[in-house]
Design a protein around this ligand. Structure first.
Ligand SMILES: [Zn+2]
Length: 436
């Protein structure tokens, strides 16, 4: 009896977790991980990060309390502590401090120097593919060359760093099939140098990267100039150059879908651009190397906060301080990241060679074929040609679930785009492959 009682709270929690799901197929382990994102932890990371005065790429690497060196020590120290709880639960996280050289090609540097960044790998039990999460360590004020003035960077990009830290903390206790790598990069404000270094390494070392999610400014809810406040929407930017069905865009749609299942009170707004006007981010470095990459970013931006010297001028307070971060909003954005990353890390590979087998026939049916994915079942997706998001199911009540590779349906290939994705036995869908 005692034994049964001790299991009761867990059973009640799982039931509650399941009943909170809007759709069947929500994984209780992911529901629990998403719920574990803790607002007090997130606040403490950002307070600690602000306390380093500046994290400018060229700031001190030797001062134990100030500058980028102390900040990297702090980030690595947190992750090393959490890695210990992985013992016996999951493959142990690997923490690697990385040095690279900046200033050799001029740019926003007044010297040639080695600068630090950090990579924390959470190895998968199968480790066939990798999902990368990015945020930048470095901060700046109005003068991008100023490496000593107080540059708190609570939102830009303390919010993204908090997302990565919370991910490492929570996933250190959860075994996943595929590898999740958290890249804490520097050099972003000087010209995306740290992410360029990592992206080149990923290509040279043939990292099996499936998805790159860069979190850069995910904690602000107020728009300067207009006063608009939006605390239940977050943007996911995906590039437009390779068309409606680029890998980055499929990834963006996937994040929106997982967000809607696991964090239904926050809306993911797809933005079909690489980034905002006159702004860039670390996802671009990975895009250039051919990886599927998106930027996750707050819906409203406050130009009185980011890249500003902390000051009061004409009655307006400037500066990127922690007091302006909306923590419940930030927590929801971290949860969306976790939901997407965990699903991807439990999902099968993308099916290959997805074809419309009767493309050359005048036939109002559509016949799809693809290569088998071991151990997976499949889901067929479709959308009308003027729509940008996959429908939640097939029209006319047709079942979209398929056990064997191959699908025949009475929907005209002239009226729809089709895609296929593999689904794990646990119900985790992978990224879709569009039928050509
Ligand atoms: Zn930034």
């Amino acid at each position: 009896m005692k034994r049964i009682l001790s299991f009761l709270p867990l059973a009640v929690f799982l039931l509650l977790a399941l009943s909170c799901e809007k759709r069947p197929g929500g994984d209780p382990q992911i529901v629990a991980a998403v719920a574990a994102v803790n607002i007090d932890s997130v606040k403490s990371y950002i307070d600690d990060l602000v306390s380093f005065n500046t994290r400018h790429t060229l700031s001190s690497q030797t001062d134990p309390e100030k500058g980028i060196g102390a900040a990297v020590d702090y980030l690595a120290g947190c992750c090393e502590r959490w890695a210990q709880k992985a013992e016996g639960v999951r493959p142990r996280p690997v923490i690697e401090r990385v040095l690279y050289t900046v200033g050799e090609n001029g740019g926003r540097y007044d010297r040639v120097q080695q600068v630090p960044q950090l990579m924390v790998s959470l190895p998968g039990t199968k480790a066939e593919r990798e999902i990368l999460l990015l945020a930048h360590i470095d901060t700046r004020v109005l003068d991008v060359m100023d490496s000593t003035t107080f540059a708190p960077g609570a939102d830009d990009d303390g919010s993204g760093l908090a997302c990565l830290l919370e991910t490492v903390r929570i996933l250190s206790g959860v075994p996943l099939e595929q590898t999740v790598k958290c890249l804490f990069v520097s050099g972003e404000e000087q010209g995306l140098d740290g992410s360029r270094h990592f992206a080149a390494r990923a290509r040279e070392e043939h990292w099996p990267v499936q998805a790159v999610l860069s979190n850069d400014m995910i904690g602000n809810v107020r728009a300067s100039g207009t006063g608009l406040r939006e605390d239940h929407k977050v943007r996911v930017f995906s590039e437009s150059r390779s068309g409606e069905d680029s890998d980055s865009r499929q990834l963006a749609r996937y994040i929106k879908e997982m967000g809607a299942i696991y964090v239904p009170d926050q809306e993911v707004v797809l933005n079909y651009r690489t980034d905002r006007y006159r702004r860039g981010g670390d996802h671009s470095s990975f895009l250039r190397e051919g990886f599927a990459s998106v930027r996750i970013c707050e819906y409203c931006e406050d130009y009185e906060r980011t890249h500003q010297d902390v000051r009061t001028e004409n009655g307006i307070d400037y500066g990127d301080l922690a007091s302006y971060v909306d923590f419940p909003y930030l927590v929801r954005n971290i949860r969306i990241n976790l939901a997407a990353v965990m699903n991807l890390a439990m999902a099968p590979a993308r099916p290959e060679n997805v074809r419309i087998a009767n493309a050359m026939e005048l036939d109002n049916n559509t016949r799809l074929t693809w290569n088998p994915v071991p151990g997976a079942s499949y889901q067929v997706l479709c959308r009308e040609t003027d729509k940008s998001e996959w429908m939640p199911g097939l029209p006319g009540g047709l079942s979209d679930k398929v056990d064997e590779p191959g699908f025949n349906c009475p929907l005209s290939k002239d009226n729809y785009f089709f895609a296929v994705r593999a689904v794990s036995p646990g119900g985790h869908p992978g990224l879709p492959a569009v039928a050509r």
